[in-house]
Write a protein that binds this ligand. Sequence first.
Ligand SMILES: Nc1ncnc2c1ncn2[C@@H]1O[C@H](COP(=O)(O)OP(=O)(O)OP(=O)(O)O)[C@@H](O)[C@H]1O
Length: 348
Amino acid sequence: MIEIDGSYGEGGGQVLRTSLSLAAITGEPIRIAGIRAGRKKPGLAAQHLTAVRAAGRICNAQLRGDALGSMLLEFIPGSAVQAGIYTFDVSKAQEGGSAGAIALVLQTILLPLALATGNSQVTLKGGTHVNFSPTVTYIEQVYLPILQRMGVEAQVKLGAWGWFPQGGGEIELQVIGGTQLGGINLLERGELQQVRGIAAVTELPSHIPQRMANRAENLLREAHLKVRVQTLREKGVAPGAGIFLTAEYQNSLTGFGGFGRLRLSAETVAEIACQQLLEFHYTGAAVDEHLADQLLLPATLASQESQYQVAEVSRHLITNAAVIEQFGLAQIRVNEADKIVSVKSLTS
Ligand SMILES: Nc1ncnc2c1ncn2[C@@H]1O[C@H](COP(=O)(O)OP(=O)(O)OP(=O)(O)O)[C@@H](O)[C@H]1O
């Protein structure tokens, strides 16, 4: 049984999710204590509990401690990961529903399913565009295309937008099994080709996405970036608004978003997203701070070494590297001066 200290480093949900993915893939039982000890409300929240149950379901794991607020979990895989048709609903994990980010549940089970024998189809319900987590747009336009270059064949289809706090979003994930993961080299990003954006609302008037799109296009053009923002007005369980920008470089991708809220103008929402994108653009780095920690897991499972240059070495990155190293699967080096991450599998 591998003992994981959930309070280590960042002490957040990623320690748990990475451990779940690796336990499902390797079949190693794990015990995690101090789950999310670094957070104001520690223990398993709806999104984490859904990730635990989803990972448990695909490898028939025996679970102890899978309850809301639990800070201790035992996860004992009962079989190899089974490809199949699954539905996981974050809102069902908590009375009164939840907008917990389904992208984080997706990231927990994606690689186990991609490495399993057979294809899978997973319906995920909850929050699709939630601050402080990858949005489904980021998954679709940044995370999956980069993983595709490592051999992962998966697609998401957004069925319904789900914002904080009501959720109510839905996606469908298709995963082709039997993947052989290869390494990735993202040391140079190359020239910016274009910025693509989506300015979206649910249950709000059409001038809002139009104003977000106009402001973003004007700001990015002033900075001499080629940009096109599409507007969308959809039905939803509640009002919501946001703008999601993807910068496409010759050899890399990155994405940033801004979320609407009461008394925040549509223009300000666009400015928030543009500012993050421009900050990243001016670093010259190939990989954004978030993809940096998310790439560690696929790189660990790849047969060749991966190397990438990041905009920022975050605590998430350092923490995730330490969690992965506990499984003894890869050697991870983070050069803080050059901001270069190298991941070398110890099993291939
Ligand atoms: N704007 C963003 N774009 C893409 N990914 C993001 C963004 N913000 C955060 N992330 C990613 O979301 C993940 C959040 O992990 P974290 O450990 O903070 O867990 P959590 O489950 O959200 O909960 P908590 O922080 O409440 O424990 C990280 O992989 C991080 O890189």
